[in-house]
Design a protein around this ligand. Structure first.
Ligand code: ADP
Ligand code: MG
Length: 219
């Protein structure tokens, strides 16, 4: 095992019925890098992310985070943030409460929550939308809220599942640049899933390309 691999997958298999969503997938992600996972729709990208996050268990194979096998570690203990394909914000909560969510769960003090949420909302240009509900925001704003919510608890790894897929081209380009800046500042390990070659080439330090049948074709 290379010492600087932060997330490592070893011979992961995952099948749904007779369909192989992951077919002997092995690859490592270096600490602090941004890795793009590029592949067509249905190639098993989301399945892989869900297994790294602990939302899904592999049929066989091992996942290591920081050298520790996490196969039996629940999602909440893995130190991983997840930005889902469709943002999945809590519709009944305000922007503030969405972003504060993980800190609230961890029972942080009210002062700390207000301080951290205000700071991050400012950094994400959301300070004028603090009390709005997700339905009152544009797609780009919802996407920023989703990322702010995922990084506020300072995860070691941030998984982004086609985070810009629902946005138009101009906005995607702008947010891509914001994401690269953010990753530079945080030094967090990012795994960025996309089916878009332009996005992958723009953001990635390293790139893993999946074939349509759950295999890594090239790294
Ligand atoms: P991608 O994110 O690359 O589009 P997914 O990982 O979502 O691919 O899905 C890969 C394949 O596995 C798809 O054919 C999908 O229908 C199937 N699949 C994913 N999740 C499930 C599930 N919970 N039950 C059954 N089939 C699933
Ligand atoms: Mg997907």
């Amino acid at each position: 095992r290379a010492a600087d691999m932060y997330v490592e997958m070893k011979d992961i298999c995952k099948q749904y019925g007779s369909f192989k969503a992951s077919d002997h997938v092995s690859f490592g992600i270096e600490k602090g890098k941004l890795v793009a996972l590029l592949g067509p729709s249905g190639s098993g990208k989301t399945t892989l992310l869900r297994m790294i996050a602990g939302l899904e268990a592999p049929d066989s194979g091992d996942i290591f985070i920081n050298g520790q096998c996490v196969n039996d570690l629940p999602a909440s203990k893995r130190g991983i943030g997840f930005v889902f394909q469709n943002y999945a914000l809590f519709p009944h909560l305000s922007v503030f409460d969405n972003v504060a969510y993980s800190l609230t769960i961890q029972k942080k003090s009210k002062e700390e929550i207000i301080y951290k949420v205000q700071k991050i909302l400012k950094a994400f240009h959301l300070e004028d939308h603090v009390y709005k509900k997700p339905s009152q925001l544009s797609g780009g704003q919802q996407q920023r809220v989703a990322i702010a919510r995922a990084i506020i608890s300072e995860p070691e790894v941030l998984l982004l599942d086609e985070p810009l897929a629902a946005l138009d081209f101009k906005l995607r380009e702008k947010l891509l640049i914001e994401l690269i800046d953010l990753q530079d500042k945080l030094l967090t390990t990012f795994v960025y899933v996309t089916h878009d070659q332009f996005e992958a080439l723009t953001v990635a330090d390293h790139m893993a390309i999946m074939n349509p049948y759950g295999k890594i074709a090239q790294i």
